[in-house]
Write a protein that binds this ligand. Structure first.
Ligand code: NAD
Length: 487
């Protein structure tokens, strides 16, 4: 269902009031930004529980997609995701369907008005939103072992890293930090890190640095003021953006933007808090922050700045909802509606202690995808044949694999869950039922797809339970596959 709420000559925006506390915080947010001068033409769509209950497993009706494609801007209140099988996450569906590749989450503390161990924290997490393990490509091929594919692409990495640097430039941020685990995942995270280094060179005025994610995360939790903008692959970003929001003092205050080339979505980071619904209790600040990011995105920085400063002033004046109310610091405990009224009353004012918000005008981010250079020379050099074998023994498997005798190939290594077990395996290594047998060229001829086919036929005839293969390639001579531990 699509309902047009207002039709003046304004920027079209699709809004969804969501579930639980959603309608109350959306109402408060829209009142504040409208009073601040936002020029919006709102199209309301229904999402969430009611739509799931109609039997639509995505939680969104087909007509709503039309609205999203038309307006290209989505302000979304939280929804309740039904428990149990069959229902898909609406957020993931919308992000992936509409290609929203960047998730942007500013996290700033409001010391001393909201308690935090990090009084001067002011960072922005830029999380890649589509790739990594979030393809959800998982397989279980043996009794004992399951796998999840982690996919990192060069264009995907370029886009998100460029977004982080353009964001930093547009918002006068001084440094972009990259977190990866490329000491272990040298090929996937290594690609992300290398791309970061390449693109950073195009922004000499912005400092750049890279941290291994584990120690980076520890430093983020301990000394967040050492960071400015942090860009990360999807999984690390998912985890650490919540940590970053939490250590500002309250997850309830943060908003986020999901940015794509065509459509973007803005929301609070918290959920629908069903137990607080309908009681005029909820804090609308998270959704308000999502809406401020939206206003900047559609070129309405002035109302965004005005609403943000009035909000800071309200927080500073101690007018707090229950979730941030603290005896001795807060002055007045208010409900959702009264909080919005207090912000509206303060429009035109600035905070006196907290740093006033200042939004750049006419922000232009140059996110055009640059043409890729000449593709590297790709050469097949072997294949990993994975087999399922219970009570296996590497020497016995190697003996049988060596009998496959496909001319031009040789068995070079057998590994079990990434650890070399043949030749010269360590007797203490645990052997699961998931074995990888690597065949490479014996140097007499190039390794072709025909070698793979013949090896698979021979392995099948020999009674091996082949569960998958992975091609081994080099790119301009650089190895495109990992070595086993101990190799
Ligand atoms: P939640 O964020 O809704 O609530 C966690 C805690 O924070 C609760 O104690 C709640 O009362 C409080 N809280 C959250 N937002 C608040 C606000 N604005 N003001 C005051 N207090 C607030 O997380 P949950 O309880 O795990 O999830 C509830 C539902 O929300 C679930 O169905 C979940 O799937 C869904 N959810 C939706 C989104 C989304 O739509 N983006 C995100 C997260 C969770």
């Amino acid at each position: 269902m699509t309902t047009t709420i207002a039709t003046a000559k304004k920027v079209p925006v699709t809004v969804a009031y969501g579930d639980g506390i959603g309608p109350e915080i959306m109402d408060a947010t829209l009142r504040i930004i409208t009073a601040a001068g936002a020029q919006l033409d709102l199209e309301r769509i229904e999402i969430g529980e009611a739509v799931y209950n109609k039997g639509l497993s995505n939680g969104i009706e087909p007509s709503s997609w039309e609205s999203l494609r038309r307006t290209k801007v989505f302000l979304k209140a939280p929804i309740t995701t039904p428990q149990g099988g069959g229902f898909k996450s609406l957020n993931v569906t919308v992000r992936k369907t509409l290609g929203m590749y960047a998730n942007v989450r500013p996290c700033a503390s409001l010391h001393p008005y909201v308690s935090t161990k990090h009084p001067s924290m002011d960072i922005v997490i830029v999380r890649e939103n589509e790739e990594d393990v979030y393809g959800g490509i998982e397989h279980r091929q043996t009794n004992q072992v399951a796998q999840c594919l982690k996919l990192i692409s060069r264009p995907g990495s370029k886009r998100i890293v460029r977004y982080a640097f353009e964001y930093a430039r547009a918002n006068s941020r001084k440094k972009v930090t990259c977190f990866t685990k490329d000491n272990i995942m040298k090929i996937t995270d290594g690609l992300f890190h290398r791309t970061f280094t390449e693109i950073a060179a195009e922004y000499p005025e912005i400092e750049n640095e890279h941290w291994i994610v584990d120690i980076g995360a520890a430093k983020l939790a301990d000394t967040p003021e050492a960071f400015d903008v942090i860009v990360m692959p999807n999984l690390y970003g998912d985890v650490l953006s919540d940590v970053a929001a939490q250590i500002t003092g309250s997850v309830g205050l943060a908003g986020s933007a999901n940015i794509g080339d065509y459509c973007s979505m803005f929301e609070a980071i918290h959920g629908s808090a069903p137990r607080r619904a309908g009681q005029n209790l909820a804090n609308p600040s998270g959704l308000l922050h999502g809406a401020l990011l939206m206003l900047v995105h559609i070129g309405q920085s002035d109302p965004a700045e005005s609403a943000h400063n009035a909000w800071l002033r309200t927080i500073e004046d101690g007018i707090h909802t229950y979730d941030i109310y603290k005896e001795g610091v807060s002055k007045k405990k208010v409900g959702t509606r009264e909080f919005a009224d207090a912000v509206i009353e303060r429009l035109g004012q600035k905070p006196t202690h907290l740093k006033p918000a200042e939004y750049a005008k006419d922000v232009h981010m140059n996110l055009a995808i640059r043409p890729a250079g000449k593709p590297p020379m790709k050469l097949r050099v072997g294949v990993d044949i994975f087999i399922d074998r219970r009570d296996g023994n590497p020497d016995i498997i190697a003996g049988a694999m060596q009998l496959l005798t496909v001319p031009g190939t040789k068995l070079t290594i057998i590994s079990n869950r990434g650890t070399k077990v043949w030749p010269n395996g360590n007797p203490d290594t645990y052997w699961s039922d998931h074995w990888s047998c690597r065949f490479e060229t014996d140097g007499t001829e190039l390794f072709t797809a025909q070698h793979v086919v013949k090896l698979l036929e021979a392995a099948d005839r020999a009674g091996f339970d082949v569960i998958k293969t992975e091609g081994l390639y080099t790119f301009n001579g650089e190895r495109g596959y990992s070595l086993a531990q101990g190799e």
